[in-house]
Design a protein around this ligand. Structure first.
Ligand code: 5GP
Length: 197
Protein backbone atom coordinates (compact mmCIF):
# COMPACT_ATOMS: atom_id res chain seq x y z
CA UNK A 1 0.00 0.00 0.00
CA UNK A 2 1.31 3.43 -0.83
CA UNK A 3 2.36 5.62 2.04
CA UNK A 4 1.31 9.24 2.10
CA UNK A 5 3.10 12.28 3.40
CA UNK A 6 0.81 15.16 4.39
CA UNK A 7 2.33 18.59 4.87
CA UNK A 8 0.19 21.02 6.85
CA UNK A 9 1.07 24.69 6.93
CA UNK A 10 -0.76 27.65 8.36
CA UNK A 11 -0.37 31.26 9.31
CA UNK A 12 0.08 31.58 13.10
CA UNK A 13 -3.22 31.43 14.90
CA UNK A 14 -5.10 30.06 11.88
CA UNK A 15 -6.47 27.45 14.25
CA UNK A 16 -4.42 24.62 12.79
CA UNK A 17 -3.74 22.82 16.06
CA UNK A 18 -7.41 22.82 17.13
CA UNK A 19 -8.46 21.65 13.68
CA UNK A 20 -5.85 18.91 13.55
CA UNK A 21 -6.69 17.70 17.06
CA UNK A 22 -10.28 17.34 15.94
CA UNK A 23 -9.61 15.54 12.66
CA UNK A 24 -6.43 13.49 13.00
CA UNK A 25 -7.63 10.96 15.61
CA UNK A 26 -10.00 9.68 12.91
CA UNK A 27 -7.05 8.63 10.78
CA UNK A 28 -5.09 6.18 12.92
CA UNK A 29 -2.59 5.25 10.22
CA UNK A 30 -1.25 8.79 10.14
CA UNK A 31 1.51 9.51 12.62
CA UNK A 32 2.72 13.03 13.39
CA UNK A 33 6.35 13.80 12.70
CA UNK A 34 8.06 15.21 15.79
CA UNK A 35 10.20 18.22 14.86
CA UNK A 36 13.30 19.55 16.54
CA UNK A 37 13.22 23.16 17.73
CA UNK A 38 15.19 25.69 19.73
CA UNK A 39 11.94 27.29 20.97
CA UNK A 40 11.38 26.97 24.71
CA UNK A 41 8.64 24.50 25.70
CA UNK A 42 5.20 26.02 26.41
CA UNK A 43 3.29 24.90 29.48
CA UNK A 44 2.35 21.25 29.13
CA UNK A 45 4.68 20.54 26.20
CA UNK A 46 6.92 17.51 26.56
CA UNK A 47 10.32 16.82 25.08
CA UNK A 48 10.15 14.02 22.50
CA UNK A 49 6.35 14.33 22.27
CA UNK A 50 5.51 17.85 21.06
CA UNK A 51 9.02 18.61 19.90
CA UNK A 52 12.59 17.54 20.47
CA UNK A 53 13.68 20.65 22.37
CA UNK A 54 17.28 21.58 21.51
CA UNK A 55 19.76 24.29 22.32
CA UNK A 56 20.93 26.36 19.37
CA UNK A 57 24.27 24.59 19.54
CA UNK A 58 22.64 21.15 19.43
CA UNK A 59 20.39 22.21 16.55
CA UNK A 60 23.31 23.55 14.50
CA UNK A 61 25.10 20.25 15.03
CA UNK A 62 22.07 18.42 13.59
CA UNK A 63 22.26 20.68 10.51
CA UNK A 64 26.01 20.07 10.13
CA UNK A 65 25.57 16.33 10.43
CA UNK A 66 22.84 16.38 7.79
CA UNK A 67 20.29 14.91 10.17
CA UNK A 68 17.41 17.14 9.04
CA UNK A 69 15.17 16.68 5.98
CA UNK A 70 14.53 20.44 6.08
CA UNK A 71 14.89 23.25 8.57
CA UNK A 72 14.09 26.92 8.86
CA UNK A 73 14.17 29.83 11.29
CA UNK A 74 10.57 30.62 12.24
CA UNK A 75 9.74 33.53 14.59
CA UNK A 76 13.45 33.71 15.55
CA UNK A 77 13.72 30.03 16.51
CA UNK A 78 15.07 27.07 14.58
CA UNK A 79 12.66 24.30 13.54
CA UNK A 80 13.51 21.19 11.55
CA UNK A 81 12.35 17.73 10.54
CA UNK A 82 14.61 14.90 11.76
CA UNK A 83 15.16 12.45 8.90
CA UNK A 84 15.35 9.38 11.11
CA UNK A 85 11.76 9.86 12.23
CA UNK A 86 10.35 10.09 8.67
CA UNK A 87 12.33 7.13 7.42
CA UNK A 88 11.42 5.01 10.42
CA UNK A 89 7.67 5.67 10.04
CA UNK A 90 7.71 5.12 6.27
CA UNK A 91 9.51 1.81 6.84
CA UNK A 92 6.73 0.85 9.26
CA UNK A 93 4.22 1.54 6.47
CA UNK A 94 2.65 4.52 8.21
CA UNK A 95 1.40 7.73 6.63
CA UNK A 96 3.20 10.71 8.12
CA UNK A 97 1.90 14.24 8.80
CA UNK A 98 4.21 17.26 9.00
CA UNK A 99 3.61 20.67 10.44
CA UNK A 100 5.91 22.92 8.43
CA UNK A 101 6.13 26.65 7.92
CA UNK A 102 5.52 27.65 4.30
CA UNK A 103 9.21 28.19 3.53
CA UNK A 104 10.24 24.85 5.03
CA UNK A 105 7.61 23.16 2.88
CA UNK A 106 9.36 24.26 -0.31
CA UNK A 107 12.63 22.70 0.91
CA UNK A 108 10.79 19.58 2.02
CA UNK A 109 9.31 19.21 -1.50
CA UNK A 110 12.85 18.89 -2.89
CA UNK A 111 13.31 15.66 -0.94
CA UNK A 112 9.72 14.42 -0.92
CA UNK A 113 8.11 15.82 -4.10
CA UNK A 114 4.99 13.69 -3.80
CA UNK A 115 3.93 15.05 -0.42
CA UNK A 116 0.34 16.30 -0.25
CA UNK A 117 0.30 19.99 0.75
CA UNK A 118 -2.60 21.40 2.76
CA UNK A 119 -2.62 25.11 3.62
CA UNK A 120 -4.78 26.35 6.49
CA UNK A 121 -5.59 30.07 6.50
CA UNK A 122 -7.39 32.31 9.00
CA UNK A 123 -10.50 34.13 7.69
CA UNK A 124 -8.89 37.60 8.10
CA UNK A 125 -5.93 39.40 9.70
CA UNK A 126 -8.24 40.96 12.31
CA UNK A 127 -9.53 37.56 13.32
CA UNK A 128 -5.97 36.21 13.36
CA UNK A 129 -4.84 38.92 15.78
CA UNK A 130 -7.86 38.25 17.99
CA UNK A 131 -7.02 34.54 18.10
CA UNK A 132 -3.35 35.14 18.91
CA UNK A 133 -4.34 37.36 21.83
CA UNK A 134 -6.98 34.92 23.06
CA UNK A 135 -4.37 32.15 23.13
CA UNK A 136 -2.67 33.98 26.00
CA UNK A 137 0.71 32.38 25.31
CA UNK A 138 2.21 35.27 23.36
CA UNK A 139 3.80 38.56 24.42
CA UNK A 140 3.06 41.86 22.59
CA UNK A 141 6.38 41.47 20.82
CA UNK A 142 5.72 37.93 19.60
CA UNK A 143 2.19 38.90 18.50
CA UNK A 144 3.69 41.69 16.37
CA UNK A 145 6.31 39.34 14.89
CA UNK A 146 3.71 36.65 14.17
CA UNK A 147 1.30 39.11 12.50
CA UNK A 148 4.03 40.47 10.22
CA UNK A 149 5.26 36.99 9.42
CA UNK A 150 1.73 35.81 8.75
CA UNK A 151 1.29 38.29 5.89
CA UNK A 152 4.60 37.23 4.34
CA UNK A 153 3.76 33.56 4.81
CA UNK A 154 0.35 33.85 3.14
CA UNK A 155 1.78 35.68 0.15
CA UNK A 156 4.60 33.18 -0.26
CA UNK A 157 2.29 30.19 0.20
CA UNK A 158 -0.16 31.42 -2.40
CA UNK A 159 2.48 32.21 -5.01
CA UNK A 160 5.22 29.62 -4.45
CA UNK A 161 3.91 27.06 -1.99
CA UNK A 162 2.34 24.62 -4.48
CA UNK A 163 -0.28 23.48 -1.97
CA UNK A 164 -2.83 21.13 -3.51
CA UNK A 165 -5.48 22.24 -1.00
CA UNK A 166 -6.34 25.45 0.87
CA UNK A 167 -8.77 25.53 3.78
CA UNK A 168 -10.07 28.81 5.25
CA UNK A 169 -10.70 28.13 8.91
CA UNK A 170 -13.57 30.55 9.49
CA UNK A 171 -15.84 27.93 10.99
CA UNK A 172 -14.18 25.04 12.81
CA UNK A 173 -16.85 22.41 12.05
CA UNK A 174 -16.95 23.23 8.33
CA UNK A 175 -13.17 23.28 8.11
CA UNK A 176 -12.99 19.93 9.92
CA UNK A 177 -15.41 18.32 7.45
CA UNK A 178 -13.39 19.68 4.51
CA UNK A 179 -10.12 18.48 5.98
CA UNK A 180 -11.55 15.01 6.71
CA UNK A 181 -12.77 14.74 3.11
CA UNK A 182 -9.35 15.66 1.74
CA UNK A 183 -7.40 13.28 3.97
CA UNK A 184 -10.00 10.55 3.43
CA UNK A 185 -9.15 10.52 -0.28
CA UNK A 186 -5.71 9.18 0.61
CA UNK A 187 -5.80 7.56 4.02
CA UNK A 188 -8.47 5.32 5.50
CA UNK A 189 -10.90 6.59 8.11
CA UNK A 190 -11.09 4.90 11.51
CA UNK A 191 -13.60 2.06 11.44
CA UNK A 192 -15.68 1.18 14.50
CA UNK A 193 -13.68 -2.05 14.89
CA UNK A 194 -10.30 -0.37 14.78
CA UNK A 195 -7.39 -2.76 14.50
CA UNK A 196 -4.84 -2.09 17.18
CA UNK A 197 -1.69 -2.50 15.11
P1 5GP B 1 5.02 26.72 17.21
O1 5GP B 1 6.18 27.38 17.84
O2 5GP B 1 3.77 27.56 17.33
O3 5GP B 1 4.81 25.30 17.68
O4 5GP B 1 5.33 26.62 15.65
C1 5GP B 1 5.66 27.76 14.95
C2 5GP B 1 5.85 27.45 13.48
O5 5GP B 1 6.89 26.50 13.27
C3 5GP B 1 4.63 26.90 12.78
O6 5GP B 1 4.40 27.69 11.64
C4 5GP B 1 5.02 25.51 12.38
O7 5GP B 1 4.41 25.15 11.20
C5 5GP B 1 6.53 25.64 12.22
N1 5GP B 1 7.23 24.36 12.34
C6 5GP B 1 7.05 23.41 13.30
N2 5GP B 1 7.88 22.37 13.08
C7 5GP B 1 8.58 22.66 11.95
C8 5GP B 1 9.60 21.98 11.21
O8 5GP B 1 10.02 20.87 11.51
N3 5GP B 1 10.08 22.61 10.10
C9 5GP B 1 9.64 23.83 9.71
N4 5GP B 1 10.16 24.36 8.60
N5 5GP B 1 8.68 24.50 10.37
C10 5GP B 1 8.16 23.92 11.49
Amino acid sequence: MSKNLFVFSAASGAGKTTLMNLVMPNFPNIVYSTSATTRKPRAGEQDGVNYFFKTEEEFKKMIEQNELAEWNVVHKNYYGTPKFFVEQKLAEGRDVAFDLDVFGKVNFDKIYPNAIGILILPPSQTELEKRLRARGTETEETIKIRMENSLKEIEFAETKGKYQYTIYNDDLETAAVKLSEIIGKYSSFKSSSQSGS
